[in-house]
Design a protein around this ligand. Structure first.
Ligand code: SF4
Length: 364
């Protein structure tokens, strides 16, 4: 049984209604997808496409771009041209921009129907989305809730109520291609809100902790918030929001999914915390191995352990690993020692062993 099956076995996933974004299904039995958002100026097509290219390389499966003005909307066809993953336009308030984005061929919209003005505007957007089979994500954000919902202060009920209002507007128009997010930077608040909403609707959930912070703190906060919901079976697509390069968001998202055994992607590094038995520079070695593993796109568990006494045994579930000794180390596979190599060659020899495993799998 691989980790993906194991995660699925232990976690009963909420049954959500599947929604189609281009080639990617969100919800239902589809794998939990990883998405991110560009932070380039959307009207700068070259920069935006280059960033999307890097996001795809990292494993991003859905990409969102902000569409704050006409210039950005005009850039959408060129951004979409030849794109291999679904493109979502993020619109606030201006329904003209939503219509322009749909016309440009985007695969999804993030827009809150209650925020775009009169009913005629909502009808225009919904009709256009319906015609092109484009789903709409209702993106409720704790920072921008309707005033009347805040009379008793910011609480999970207010987030849920806001989402239900937007849902009602769409359902009244016969539109059900909906995803919902209820984001807050306060983790307990967003956790409770998603749990409450799960009792009320079957639309797929886009989950994330908004304004989570910098790469270090934001990754932890996201892992706690997103991880808690996923472990309860909630969540169909995830976005980690970080103040930093969005490629990091994708990497962190996969680490969260891998930790829960819900997705497998690329190599997973297992490394010990080191202790008084460590006689090699394990911190540098683990850093170098982690860097080189970013180029491996097959599921593989790689262990970097500090000592030969406990290392191979503690990491016997790893496909391959190294364990440090005195100026030398051991290479092992599934806990079985293969050979001894000098410390300065450990990383190179480990990478060779990884190549052998991959070649073996590929039948080369
Ligand atoms: Fe210490 Fe060895 Fe365990 Fe690493 S593997 S923490 S060096 S006992």
């Amino acid at each position: 049984m691989n980790d993906f099956e194991l995660g699925a076995k232990y976690m009963q996933r909420r049954k959500s209604r599947p929604v189609q974004l281009g080639d990617v299904t969100v919800g239902g039995a589809a794998p939990i997808s990883v998405q991110s958002m560009t932070n380039t100026d959307t009207s700068d097509v070259t920069a935006t496409r280059a960033q999307i290219g890097r996001l795809i390389e990292a494993g991003c499966e859905i990409v969102r771009v902000a569409v704050p003005d006409k210039k950005a909307a005009k850039a959408l066809p060129a951004i979409k041209q030849g794109l291999t993953i679904p493109l979502v336009a993020d619109i606030h308030f201006d329904y003209h921009l939503a219509l322009a984005a749909i016309e440009a061929g985007v695969d999804g919209l993030r827009i809150n129907p209650g925020n775009i003005g009169g009913r005629d505007k909502v009808v225009a957007v919904v009709k256009a989305a319906q015609q092109k089979h484009i789903p709409i994500r209702i993106g409720v954000n704790a920072g921008s809730l309707e005033k009347d919902l805040l009379q008793e202060g910011l609480n999970p009920q207010a987030l849920v109520q806001s989402a239900l209002r937007h849902v009602a507007i769409l359902e009244e128009l016969g539109f059900y291609d909906v995803k919902i997010s209820l984001k807050a930077s306060d983790v307990p608040l967003m956790l409770t809100a998603y749990r409450m909403l799960a009792e009320k609707v079957d639309y797929p959930f886009h989950i994330g902790v908004t304004e989570a912070g910098t790469v270090f703190a934001g990754s932890i906060k996201s892992a706690v918030g997103i991880g808690a919901l996923l472990s309860e079976g909630l969540g169909d697509t995830i976005r980690v929001s970080l103040t930093g390069d969005p490629v990091q968001e994708v990497r962190v998202a996969y680490e969260i999914l891998k930790a829960l055994g819900l997705r497998s992607r690329g190599a997973e590094l297992i490394s010990c915390p080191t202790c008084g038995r460590t006689r090699i520079d394990l911190v540098s070695i683990a850093g170098e191995v982690e860097q080189r593993l970013t180029l491996i796109n097959q599921p593989l568990k790689v262990a970097v352990m500090g000592c030969v006494v406990n290392g191979p045994g503690e990491a016997k579930h790893a496909d391959v690993g190294i364990a440090g000794g005195h100026g030398e180390g051991l290479i092992f596979r599934k806990g079985q020692i293969i050979r001894k190599v000098p410390e300065n060659l450990l990383v190179e020899e480990l990478m060779k062993e990884i190549d052998h495993i991959i070649q073996g799998r590929n039948g080369d």
